[in-house]
Structure formats: C-alpha cells, structure tokens
Design a protein around this ligand. Structure first.
Ligand code: ATP
Ligand code: MG
Length: 217
C-alpha cells in the first residue's frame, strides 16, 4: 500500500460542484493543488498528503463511492435518485448546487389541459426514474424518451411534448421558448460516503465529515 491508498480519495465533478465544494474542503483544512477547469488531470493532490481528489462525471460520482474507488463524494440529489446502487451512506445535505427538478413545455402548450384530458404525454429526459415516479403519482400516462443532454431541444423539434430537467434561473428555458409548468422537487448536493471506508478509515473521514457539517451551519 502506498501513502495514497492509506489516505482518502474524494470524488468531485468539475464545474459548480467543485467550485462550491472548495469552501467546505477549506473548512476541513483541505486545499486542492489544481483547478480541474484549468488542468486536465483527473487525480489532483491536495495540501494534505493523505487526501486526494478524483475528477469524475457528475452522474458517475455515486458509482465511484459505491465501489470504494473513492471514499467520499459529492453528488446532486438528481443523480442520487437515478443511481440504484447500495452501500452509500448519505450523512449530509450540503445545500450546494441548488436548483429544482421541473417539467417544462413550449410556450403555448397547455400542459394543465393536456394532463386533465388524460392524453398520453411524450416526455424527454435524462431522469427516467424521477420522471416515471412523478407522472405515476399524478396518474398521468407518459411515454418517456431517454436523452443524455440538451433536453430543451426535444419539444422544439417534435420529439416530445415536454421535458423533465433541472432549472435554476430559467435562462436556458427562456432562450428556447420553453416555460416551467410544474416543479417536481428541490435539488441540492449531498455528501456520499462509502460505508466500509467509514469503518476502516474513520480516523481520517470523520473529521472531514464533521468539518463539512460545521461549515454548512
Ligand atoms: P454536463 O452538463 O457536462 O452534461 P452534468 O449535467 O452531469 O454534465 P453539471 O451540469 O455540472 O453536470 O451538473 C452537476 C450537478 O450540479 C447536477 O447533478 C445537479 O445536481 C447540479 N446542477 C445542474 N444544473 C444546475 C443548475 N442549473 N443550477 C444549480 N445546480 C445545478
Ligand atoms: Mg449539465
């Protein structure tokens, strides 16, 4: 075992989660050596020899932590709902990367009326589980179309009637002549911890978790 394997690995995605996690890491006395926005490195050291950061795709964070390739990670509730794995301990809602999961439709599409009419709706989304549960709970019949990105395009070219996607300012929706017609749930990012690591590496992990908890108030 080298020094790194004796230490801990934190999985983060670049962009807003990395940026909004920096103050929490700082509260735990951890400062990454590089910013993944400017570096292409996927493994980033820190000021602490026993802590390293790995840069992963946001939707892959739970997978790295579940298999113990990372001891802890930070992932959006949107990602955690879609991830079906076990072995993840979720001790803290960090209140970062806040947005909401919503249904959006083209301006002029009468969503409320379509729902009331009992018509089958075509919904494009990358969040199949979230969308399925939402419409099932409302008793609305939907055909779900799985996409991997740029959901806003789907209703504009006749692929779907509406989308389920994350919204924060609504700017992207507006730019594409869409409106939010229903909020499904508020979204924020959570700390996820590998359960086995929490037992084996508690001496290093627990102070980090405690510092995060203190930093979010
Ligand atoms: P990509 O955008 O490259 O396809 P991604 O969508 O997986 O990747 P991000 O857009 O960086 O990654 O989103 C990462 C996480 O940040 C999401 O899982 C979500 O929890 C949160 N998030 C996404 N969009 C917003 C937003 N507009 N405002 C705040 N938080 C957001
Ligand atoms: Mg995105």
């Amino acid at each position: 075992m080298n020094a790194v394997n004796d230490g801990i690995t934190i999985a983060l995605s670049k962009g807003r989660i990395f940026e909004e996690t920096l103050p929490l890491l700082a509260a735990a006395g951890i400062v990454p050596d590089e910013n993944p926005e400017r570096s292409r490195k996927l493994i980033i050291g820190t000021n602490r020899p026993d802590v390293r950061v790995v840069i992963v795709r946001a939707s892959d964070t739970p997978t790295y932590v579940q298999y113990g390739a990372a001891d802890l990670g930070i992932a959006g509730k949107d990602v955690l709902i879609e991830h079906s794995g076990t072995g993840l301990y979720q001790p803290l809602d960090l209140g970062i990367a806040k947005c909401r999961m919503s249904v959006a439709a083209p301006v002029g599409f009468d969503y409320a009326r379509a729902v009331k009419s009992g018509a089958r709706l075509r919904i494009a989304t990358k969040y199949l589980n979230t969308a399925r549960e939402h419409f099932a709970a409302k008793g609305v019949h939907v055909d779900l179309i799985k996409l991997y990105g740029s959901m806003e395009l789907a209703p504009l070219v006749g692929l779907a009637d509406a989308i389920v996607d994350l919204v924060s300012t609504g700017g992207t929706l507006r730019a594409n002549n869409l409106v939010e017609v229903e909020e499904i749930m508020p979204i924020s990012s959570r700390l996820v911890v590998n359960q086995a690591a929490l037992k084996m590496k508690r001496e290093i992990l627990q102070p980090v978790i405690d510092a995060f908890a203190g930093a979010i108030g």
